[in-house]
Ligand binder design. Structure first.
Ligand code: GLA
Length: 685
């Protein structure tokens, strides 16, 4: 007995000395599995109010605030005079309420003293005019002087808060979006080109500058493209912008990393489908991606939104945060309607289902002044809860309840859809038909595939592909040799690659390949595209995936190998396409390569998705889920957790694949569940 007691005392001593020795790590282990949060601007309110706000947040289950991302003029009211005491107090008070802090660097809104004294830090618009003070994002992303100021303020913040146990992470800047067209940016672009191409001969050749006498004799002659321009120049400008945002961001990451504990992660809040730069490049130096998820006008589009979640998860190929989302309504859309009752909760769970570990509402309380007075909030200008507050509080309770269950889990996919900014830009600059909306094209593949395979990855074509059974490339317009080899290796090893229209048309310089589509994949496909057609009229289609009409785009596929199978054909239309192949497939190595030449109607797309899933051997647990019900799966820690969301307004009966417990309601094992309109279930074995 004594020996047992002594052992117990010893164990207790070890445990307590551990707690004293590592207060930060013990703090970190208490972090919730799922974070609910909000953007909070204490600098806009009297200190005497902060405790009330934090108490209201705590009551709603809020576990993080993002602060300071627009507080430069409060943190550094004059050049070199820093004032962080208020922020330290706010962070400490948040801690008292169990609320963690994400610090934003304030560089999206440089203060007036800075831009007035150093106007060269202001960006130049396309028309050559300097941006004026009074809005945000008025900085010049290439300005060395501006970068020094950014380094300084980020470093000062990290010096002060880099060891603060309640600060868990950093957001650099806010929603990168703007470029600058000043002479210094142009000079840097020319330098960048020189480094990449080495000689002007090489550049002239890759850009075909003999066309329209564009031939460059000096690097200084190369312009920044404005409007439609040489496709090679346009693509390299976007790549330069991507590298420039990466270095703009790295400058601040380095400043923070000099002082901050490694446990503090660094992110940036991206903007979903926005394509102002290559997000794979800009996220390379981040610990984690995050994004700002807004509906704007109308209601949630579950497939479109889910697709962007998966796109964001693909930036780092791991879980991410929804740093901002709309508490009911925004102020910047055509019609700023409030989301339906229950829809904000529905959205929060879709976020989690796709691999977000946090959902943050923008913003906590309406600022009395400033440009966003009409935006949705959780408390009103009077400081009292808005009608949405109880719904968010319910989400808070639910996150607390199942946070531990979801900790360490993430979506694991057998299907990947390839997404490349180079290809998106190339198509958008020369759409060939104004109807060619790439979001819609991408979604036409994503939606039926996600309905059949609960989890889809959206990744860059350079990503490792071995773990997938099926790879779908809806718009791989640029297909550099290296990427083609990477895809062929996947097929050779037994995978199924499905190419969509406009695939394999161009090289890495945005020049047409001197061969027909899909260029380097044509021989493996055993077919090529003889001609593409922008459609002014729908074209009939018939074949394995049913009859219907192709719209917007059709490619005439010409089989070259005896064993190439035609799966779908065009009917009578413009004469050229009559009875020609629209979809072909061919075995290559141990795998299969398929080409879809037309923009398919929904029914054919659903049938195609079913065929792709079946022939690729992709398995999922839920089958026969009612339309409008989404199933998401997170895997890890030896378990699967299913998040099932009824996106319809009507109740739905859902048959479960095996006996499952519903974890939000703590039910016993069930084989069927009924979900009310916009309701959610979290299910495990
Ligand atoms: C963006 C910004 C926020 C705010 C919201 C409003 O996401 O990051 O500062 O302006 O939009 O919707």
């Amino acid at each position: 007995m004594m020996r047992i007691l002594r052992l117990l005392v010893l164990l207790l001593l070890i445990a307590s000395s551990f707690a004293v020795a590592t207060p930060q790590s013990s703090n970190t282990t208490q972090q919730p599995g799922l974070f609910l949060g909000t953007a909070w601007y204490p600098e806009q309110w009297p200190e005497s109010r902060w405790d009330t706000d934090l108490q209201l947040m705590q009551q709603a289950g809020i576990r993080f605030v993002r602060v300071a991302e627009f507080a430069w003029s409060t943190m550094e009211p004059q050049e070199g005079q820093y004032n962080f005491d208020w922020l330290e107090k706010a962070i400490a008070l948040a801690q008292k309420h169990g609320i963690y802090v994400v610090l934003g660097t304030p560089t999206a809104a440089p203060p007036a003293w800075l831009t007035f004294k150093y106007p060269d830090t202001l960006r130049t618009e396309e028309n050559g005019q300097r941006a004026k003070h009074g809005n945000r994002q008025h900085f010049d992303f290439t300005s060395e002087r501006y970068r020094q100021f950014c380094h300084q303020i980020a470093g000062e913040m990290a010096k002060r808060f880099g060891h603060n146990p309640n600060v868990i992470g950093w957001q650099i800047d806010n929603e990168y979006a703007t470029y600058s067209y000043d002479p210094e940016t142009q000079r840097q672009f020319q330098e960048w080109l020189k480094k990449k191409y080495g000689t002007l001969d090489s550049l002239n050749q890759h850009w075909t500058t003999a066309y329209w006498s564009q031939t460059y004799d000096k690097w200084e002659e190369i312009p920044i493209p404005v409007g439609y321009n040489n496709p090679g120049l346009m693509l390299e400008w976007k790549r330069f912008v991507s590298d420039t945002y990466r270095s703009y961001q790295k400058n601040q990451i380095d400043a923070i990393r000099q002082y901050a504990d490694p446990r503090q992660w660094i992110t940036h809040n991206f903007m979903g489908w926005f394509d102002g730069f290559d997000h794979y490049v800009v996220s390379a130096d981040l610990d984690m991606a995050s994004w700002d998820n807004y509906v704007g006008t109308g209601q949630l589009d579950p497939a479109g939104n889910g697709m962007i979640h998966d796109l964001t998860r693909g930036f780092k190929r791991k879980n991410y945060w929804v740093m901002e989302t709309q508490p009911g309504n925004v102020n910047w859309s055509g019609i700023n309607n409030v989301l339906d009752k229950g829809e904000v909760r529905e959205m929060a769970w879709e976020d989690i289902g796709h691999g977000a570990d946090a959902v943050g509402y923008w913003q906590w309380r309406s600022a009395l002044g400033g440009q966003e007075q009409y935006h949705g909030t959780l408390v009103g200008p009077d400081g009292k809860p808005m009608p949405l507050y109880p719904e968010v509080a319910e989400v808070g309770k639910e996150f607390a309840k199942v946070g531990d269950l979801l900790r360490g889990t993430s979506p694991v996919a057998q299907v990947a859809i390839l997404h490349s900014y180079d290809s998106r830009w190339a198509i958008d600059w020369q759409k060939h038909t104004k109807e060619y909306d790439q979001f819609a094209n991408f979604k036409s593949y994503y939606k039926p595939l996600h309905e059949l395979a609960d989890t889809i990855d959206v990744v860059n074509p350079k990503a490792p592909l071995d773990e997938y059974k099926l790879i779908v490339a809806p718009n791989l317009n640029l297909l550099p040799e290296e990427e083609a080899k990477h895809l062929l290796a996947f097929v050779q090893a037994g995978g199924h690659l499905v190419l969509g229209p406009r695939s394999g048309m161009k090289d890495q310089f945005n020049a047409l390949l001197p061969e027909r589509q899909p260029g380097p994949l044509a021989s493996a496909l055993g077919a090529h595209v003889a001609q593409y057609y922008a459609l002014d009229q729908p074209v009939p289609l018939t074949g394995d995936f049913g009859s219907g009409e192709a719209k917007i785009w059709a490619e005439l596929l010409q089989p070259d190998a005896a064993d190439t199978k035609v799966l779908e054909k065009y009917g009578k239309s413009n004469g050229w396409l009559d009875d020609q192949a629209a979809i072909v497939t061919h075995n290559y190595g141990k795998g299969t390569i398929t080409y879809v030449g037309a923009w398919l109607p929904d029914d054919a797309m659903t049938a195609l998705a079913k065929w792709m899933i079946e022939t690729s051997g992709v398995k999922s647990e839920f089958t026969n889920v009612p339309a409008g019900v989404e199933v998401c799966r997170r895997t890890g820690q030896g378990k699967d957790v299913f998040i099932v969301i009824n996106h319809t307004k009507q109740p739905q009966q859902i048959a479960l694949p095996y006996a499952m417990r519903e974890q939000l309601r703590s039910t016993p094992p069930l084989t069927e569940i009924e979900l009310a309109g916009r309701d959610v279930a979290v299910l495990t074995k």
